[in-house]
Design a protein around this ligand. Structure first.
Ligand code: ATP
Ligand code: MG
Ligand code: MG
Ligand code: MG
Length: 564
């Protein structure tokens, strides 16, 4: 490619609204352009990088025996109603209607669509296990889109879904995907860690996240110095070492004043170290009924749910999120300055707690079991902290180190959550219909590009890991418009390097060499060759490696014959 014909529109100024380095460099280097909040155009240079990441992922997924498909980005509401997620998903789900007033969403993920496909296509255990993937645009109406393509609203994801007759087979594919992900991030050239993770809105039990280590990462991850224990700090806190459910210190009742309370206040009351601990709280109503509030932790958004539950032995306890999640009807709490404000909760038809406001019951029914009140002392830092460097590891082995990470991949064992909700079955060997076990596996393809920059840059710009660099080599003729010799040699090298399989960017703009060098450094091309009149007098060109700035002089004859 010749820069004179290429959309290379670099800038020197740091864009004011770009907070982190990858966002700044992607804008400055003309990799992306913003269209609207969380919406980006990939310019030619950026798209080359994105495609490289995509191809590495595709190769490794194919190698693992996964089959590529491409599902619609637009999904009918009916499927989401089958699993209950139409109500549960909250404001991140972009919903709209077509001309016939039918409801649709722009897919943030594809469990429903793939499960619908598989329940139609696969009837027998003999066709399983099977793993399907796609590389496709997703839309999530993020509450705070930021950091460019790192947290955008529309983004490219590789999502895969596996189907099995039993848990053993699911476990095997899950393990294989874990290995495949490790291989993908190794090949891209990233420093990463796999950690145990929360399953969030997707659901299921076992889950691992893959984090690229970078100080700008939005997540904190904890790992032990003595064992293989590694977890997202959200989870490191959520699973205390004793594994015993936390119990309240005291039970207060009859808080008369309606009001709001924060997760922080609840954690404080229950004497557990962090707001993130709370997954589900069962509260006993005054008439002995049990009410559940499921508080799902996600630094962006928390959903709050409440419903009368069937009788549970222990009136005040922690239940598994799924226990409640699956039976609850949705409503959403929003994050306030102090944490999650539990402002509105109940689906009127689902419970008798109409207009229940946290802290009191409008119908005059008071609740015992939890102090929702505002009369709590302000939580101290020690009470609400997450795990920190040097804390004992939850598995009892060694101490924890904390690092910042960017979540680039996430794998889940979903079990039968979707197959039960959507009645996806196959016939087993005995001819019985059984629900499919399912796994799902995501990689944020566009986020990987930004994460790679966070890990690989210096004061001059990006230093692409070679496997995802937009071009391998920059060819820089000095004053080619004044020297026929320089022009001819650079054209010859350009042709021969390309014939030898190199991706070459020939900078044939009539600019000062300093400007060109700065641009090539900014856009992070791993190798640079400079062709100058002075060099050609000695039959040499000058080589520079972007990674460490090392230069050397190369004899042209040897170089060209080496290419053949
Ligand atoms: P996050 O915690 O960052 O919001 P998530 O846990 O909601 O991500 P998943 O549902 O696990 O995301 O989706 C799979 C992958 O998609 C994530 O691991 C991440 O790499 C990527 N991803 C998720 N949300 C975004 C986004 N808004 N912009 C870019 N990539 C994203
Ligand atoms: Mg998210
Ligand atoms: Mg996450
Ligand atoms: Mg995730």
């Amino acid at each position: 490619m010749r820069t004179s014909q290429y959309l290379l529109t670099t800038t020197r100024e740091t864009p004011a609204d770009a907070e982190i380095i990858s966002h700044q460099l992607m804008l400055r280097g003309s990799f992306i352009r913003r269209l609207a909040a969380g919406l980006y155009t990939w310019l030619p240079l950026g798209l080359r990088v994105l495609r490289k990441v995509e191809n590495i992922i595709r190769e490794e997924m194919d190698k693992a025996g996964a089959q590529e498909v491409l599902m619609p980005a637009v999904q009918p509401a009916e499927l989401w109603r089958e699993t209950g997620r139409w109500e549960q998903y909250g404001s991140e789900l972009l919903r709209f209607t077509d001309r016939h007033q039918r409801f649709f969403c722009f897919g943030p993920t594809h469990e429903e669509v793939i499960t619908d496909l598989i329940r139609r296509e696969i009837q027998s255990y003999k066709q399983l296990p099977a793993n399907f993937y796609q590389i496709q645009l997703k839309f999530r109406d993020e509450i705070r889109p930021r950091f460019g393509v790192m947290r955008s609203r529309e983004f490219l994801m590789k999502d895969a879904y596996s189907f099995h007759t039993d848990q053993t087979s699911l476990g095997q594919t899950y393990h294989q995907m874990y290995e495949t992900y490790s291989c993908i991030f190794d090949r891209i050239g990233l420093t990463f860690r796999a950690v145990q993770a929360d399953t969030g809105m997707i659901g299921g039990k076992t889950s691992h996240e893959f984090h690229v280590l970078a100080t700008s990462g939005e997540d904190a991850i904890a790992f032990s110095d003595k064992s293989a224990y590694a977890a997202n700090v959200e989870l490191a806190v959520a699973l205390p070492p004793t594994d015993k459910p936390a119990t309240p210190k005291e039970t207060l009742s009859l808080i008369e004043t309606p009001g709001q309370c924060t997760i922080r206040e609840i954690s404080q009351f229950l004497n557990i170290p962090s707001s993130r601990c709370i997954k589900t709280l069962l509260v006993q109503g005054s008439e002995g009924e049990l009410v559940a509030l499921a508080l799902r932790g996600d630094h962006e958004l928390n959903a709050v749910k409440a419903q009368k539950l069937p009788q549970v032995a222990n009136p005040l306890q922690f239940a598994t999120p799924e226990q409640v999640w699956e039976t609850c009807n949705a409503s959403i709490g929003s994050i306030g300055p102090k944490g999650l404000e539990i402002s509105l909760i109940v689906d009127h038809s689902a419970a008798q707690l109409a207009d229940f406001v946290c802290g009191a019951n409008m119908e005059g029914k008071h609740f015992t079991g939890v102090n929702w009140g505002r009369d709590l002392p302000e939580p101290t830092t020690a009470d609400i902290r997450n795990v920190v460097d040097g804390d004992p590891s939850p598995d009892g082995e060694g101490t924890l180190s904390i690092a910042r990470g960017i979540e680039v991949g996430h794998i889940f064992q979903l079990g039968k959550k979707y197959s039960q909700a959507m009645n996806a079955t196959v016939l087993d060997e005995a001819g019985r219909a059984i629900n499919l076990a399912m796994g799902c596996y995501g990689i944020g393809v566009s986020r990987v590009v930004a994460a790679a920059i966070e890990q690989n840059h210096d004061e001059h710009g990006i230093i692409w890991p070679a496997p995802i660099a937009p071009f391998q080599l920059a060819l820089v003729p000095i004053n080619a418009h004044k020297s026929v010799r320089v022009k001819e040699m650079s054209d010859q090298l350009y042709t021969e390097l390309q014939a030898a399989g190199f991706e070459v960017l020939l900078d044939d703009r009539q600019l000062r060499p300093g400007v060109i060098f700065a641009d090539m450094d900014l856009i992070g091309i791993p190798h640079r060759l400079v062709i100058s009149e002075r060099g050609l007098e000695n039959s040499t060109v000058e080589y520079k490696r972007r990674q460490d700035g090392k230069t050397c002089v190369i004899q042209l004859d040897n170089f060209i014959s080496g290419l053949k």
